[in-house]
Design a protein around this ligand. Structure first.
Ligand code: FAD
Ligand code: EPU
Length: 339
């Protein structure tokens, strides 16, 4: 464990934006974390950023503080009952490695969350979700270290207050806790979620005769690989914006002029609109200015074609927000954490 100075974060964020961290350190055990946070820097330094895989972050400038890269490892079954398996994973494990471990052992529940980049510790921050399943559907509890009190606290499902790409850790407890581990409550008997999007069509193409969690995972991997750019090839952080939730009246006003509006009813009064559709209608799909661009296949994803700065990508996101607001009176909210 060593504190580095003026470290490039380019390889630590999937946008591959080249910024410097004033200080940078990795920790791979709880003792190392405690040692780090008792360092004199923490008495004078108030800016701390916990980093997992850097796949939901846009750095717009050098980070004037300490970046702590979480490398805690380990996956174990901590409890079993008649119907469930409780799997505890350390925060620095790759999320997709945890998915593969569960599929291998036939623990059902996170197969629809296959191939989401990043680490286990970040999954609760925005309650990761895909293809009809969210982390909250399988979440049991997590342990987190309070940066200032230096205590370890346990959060259950209610404590986390999960919502669509939301949790207490993005709101009232922002930057206060380091998530150490997450325990999931998985099913011995799978409950298949195949209605969402193109899953059933993909299973047909794969000529699957019988549903298994492995088949579903593979179908989702195929779909995702066909539309989302691989960050190892083109810098991106997945969906840059959330899909906006609007009243049924707002949705109706849009529908009056655009019969092809893509939307889903959330409840009797509200609809989720497809941000990709809104952005495409405003003409941004495939747009490129220098190395900052709007993905030609999935316009919800902003990309770095090479040497775009975080500020250039941020400025493009601001232009998109303003044009969607002008055209549809809908304000897009960024999903990606802007630093
Ligand atoms: P980072 O980017 O490192 O961090 C994200 C935030 O969490 C930061 O605020 C950071 O400070 C905080 N954080 C990270 N680790 C900890 C910790 N241990 N304790 C406290 N705070 C912490 N997301 C989805 O929900 N669904 C998707 O389908 C999806 N698809 C994606 C596809 C692509 C191609 C990409 C690039 C991203 C996608 N994402 C998706 C977004 C991203 O993968 C997730 O948000 C993921 O959980 C981020 O993990 P990370 O370790 O990279 O987090
Ligand atoms: N669409 C267009 N134009 C396009 C592409 C898509 O209009 O060029 C419309 C289509 O009608 C399509 C709809 O957008 O049916 C939705 O597209 P998609 O199924 O790809 O989902 P999304 O809304 O773009 C969301 C999540 C993803 C998640 C997928 C699958 C958000 C912000 N994004 O994307 O999560 O993987 O659904 O569940 O909720 C992420 O959070 O980073 C992320 C990638």
């Amino acid at each position: 464990m060593e504190i580095q100075h003026n470290t490039s974060l380019k390889k630590y964020n999937t946008f591959a934006v080249d910024v410097l961290a004033k200080q940078f350190a990795k920790f791979s055990s709880f003792n190392e974390l405690e040692e780090l946070t008792s360092h004199a820097i923490f008495n004078t330094q108030h800016s701390t950023l916990i980093l997992g895989g850097g796949s939901n972050i846009l750095f717009t400038k050098n980070f004037d503080g300490i970046v702590l890269k979480n490398e805690l490892k380990g996956i174990e079954v901590v409890k079993k009952d008649a119907e469930h398996i409780y799997v505890k994973a350390a925060a620095g494990e790759l999320w997709h490695d945890l998915v593969l471990y569960c599929i291998e052992n036939n623990y059902a529940g996170i197969e629809n969350l296959s191939l989401i980049p990043g680490c286990v510790g970040a999954a609760p921050i925005q309650n990761i979700g895909a293809y009809g399943v969210e982390l909250k559907n399988v979440f049991y509890e997590l342990q987190a270290y309070h940066l200032h009190d230096k205590t370890v606290q346990t959060f259950n499902l209610t404590d986390c207050n999960f919502g669509y790409r939301e949790s207490v850790f993005k709101n009232q407890f922002k930057n206060q806790f380091i998530i150490l581990n997450v325990t999931l409550k998985l099913n011995k008997q799978p409950i298949f979620h195949t209605q969402y999007g193109a899953i059933e069509k993909e299973l047909e193409i794969m000529q699957v005769k019988e549903f298994t969690i492995k088949n579903i995972s593979q179908a989702i991997i195929n779909i995702r690989s066909s539309k989302l750019p691989n960050p190892k090839v083109i810098g991106n952080a997945g969906s840059f914006f959330k899909n906006p939730i609007v009243s049924k009246f707002r949705r109706y006003t849009i529908w009056e002029y655009h019969k092809d509006v893509v939307s889903y009813a959330i409840d009797a009064m509200n609809f989720k609109l497809s941000a990709a559709w809104l952005i495409e209608k405003c003409g941004w799909k495939g747009y490129r200015n220098g190395d900052a661009g709007c993905n030609p296949l999935q316009p919800l994803v902003l990309v770095n074609y090479g040497n775009a700065t975080g500020q250039e990508i941020y400025d493009l996101s601001e232009q998109i927000i303003q044009s969607v607001k002008k055209e549809f009176a809908v304000v897009l909210e960024r999903e990606v954490n802007i630093i």
